[in-house]
Design a binder for this molecule. Structure first.
Ligand code: ACO
Length: 373
């Protein structure tokens, strides 16, 4: 056993091969840089690229959009169950339950073939936004709004949440955030999905488990915690004192640091300028100033650059979205990456079953109950 290598948190361990994305030279999805995709592609084109391996032709793009529109309506019985969950249920738990419930209505849940998994991935991509928006409307005491087949996913999402025409600016901001969140090789939630499907379990189980992993504060849950930090700090003039005190007390500052990006997260760099733009258009410049002070000190003093969750929380705040939708929005996008990984894992599957290093008691003999204690 001693010859086996152990790395806490599996840091630096290569746990599998993938052709879906790489972080070796910036972040690339199937070879395309995220900057190129965020500048030029739509989220739907990016989703197609991740699932099918190539950017769609015009006709592939149109038929993909048509399929997503056809798949979007969610069975009313499922929405009724979602409506009956206790009001106090956090939205990430609603997403996890929603994904699990979708398995019961999917005609191909148990079919683990490559093509069936692509179809199921498309249905999840189309239906999870409908579940999130419906739950949010119900929580606000409003009726759910039906998905509009003529809209893009980003536009539809904002439409179903609010029932008012979203601005072009907010559609673009949402679309870019979904592109940047879509995929990130062997992060904790993706690895969770791969472990689950490696047992030959199904796509819905894998994605449900991945949502559970994403929820944690060290992973996707950080984007909601970032907003708590910014609310707590309150204004640019309080930022320096707050951050110096937090660092002195060894507080973990959400939105900073990354297991693999030690010199900076390219997604955060990209989103920062969009954030600044949206902040000045929406009267939120003071929050950008506050964020800049915190970022300069955390990066300078601790050598911890911001990760994607740092700007994305502000972006969603400027779009006036409720804080507990931030991580669920991450789910709506990352479902694409998770699904692509499940499909890739199953195309060349080997059960993922590592070893542990035993640190417990030496071998000992059975003791009858009267001799214990
Ligand atoms: N604030 C303050 N200190 C930090 C932070 C932070 N955000 N991140 C790491 N550190 C410190 C740790 O306290 C530790 O210090 P020590 O050696 O003095 O004890 C050291 O840096 C190493 O920390 P680890 O947790 O071992 O490093 P790891 O590589 O596991 O960190 C992680 C990665 C978990 C993301 C971490 O940076 C963190 O907790 N960040 C905040 C949560 C966050 O923003 N998560 C989002 C990740 S990106 C995403 O999911 C899109």
């Amino acid at each position: 056993m001693s010859e086996l290598i152990y790395s806490p948190g599996l840091e630096g361990v290569v746990a599998g091969e993938t052709s879906i994305s790489t972080i070796a030279d910036g972040l690339r999805y199937r070879g395309y840089s995220i900057e190129d995709l965020a500048d030029h592609a739509t989220f739907e084109e990016t989703a197609y690229l991740l699932l099918y391996g190539e950017l769609p032709t015009a006709s592939e793009r149109d038929s993909f959009a048509r399929r997503l529109a056809d798949f979007a309506p969610v069975d009313p019985t499922l929405l009724d169950i979602i409506a009956k969950l206790p009001l106090s249920t956090p939205m990430m738990d609603v997403m996890r339950t929603g994904c699990s419930l979708l398995a019961h209505w999917d005609p191909e849940t148990a079919d683990n073939s490559h093509d069936a998994n692509l179809r199921k991935a498309e249905r999840l991509l189309a239906q999870l936004p409908v579940i999130m928006a419906a739950r949010e409307r119900l929580r606000q005491g409003e009726s759910p709004i039906h998905p509009d087949a003529t809209r893009s996913l980003a536009s539809n999402l904002l439409w179903m949440l609010r029932g008012t025409e979203p601005s072009e600016r907010s559609i673009k901001a949402m679309d870019v955030s979904l592109i940047l969140y879509a995929e990130h090789e062997f992060n904790a939630s993706t690895f969770t999905a791969r472990v689950i499907c490696s047992t030959l379990s199904d796509l819905h189980s894998s994605i449900t488990g991945a949502i559970g992993a994403l929820k944690g504060a060290l992973h996707g849950g950080a984007n909601e915690r970032v907003m708590e930090v910014l609310d707590e700090v309150g204004s640019p003039d309080k930022a320096e004192a707050w951050v110096r005190d937090a660092l002195a007390r060894k507080v973990r500052i959400m939105g900073f640091g990354h297991r693999v990006y030690k010199t900076g997260d390219p997604r955060a760099r990209y989103l920062k300028s969009l954030c600044q733009q949206l902040a000045s258009e929406t009267g939120n410049k003071p929050m950008e100033q506050m964020a800049e002070v915190i970022e300069t000190i955390v990066t300078g003093e601790k050598g911890l650059p911001p990760n994607l969750d740092w700007p994305s929380a502000r972006l969603y705040h400027y779009m006036e979205l409720p804080v507990d939708l931030y991580t669920p929005l991450f789910v709506l996008s990352r479902v694409v990456g998770w699904s692509a990984h499940v499909i890739e894992q199953l195309d060349n599957n080997r059960l993922i079953r590592p070893r542990s290093r035993y640190v417990g008691a030496e071998a000992r003999s059975w003791k009858p109950v009267a001799q214990r204690g």
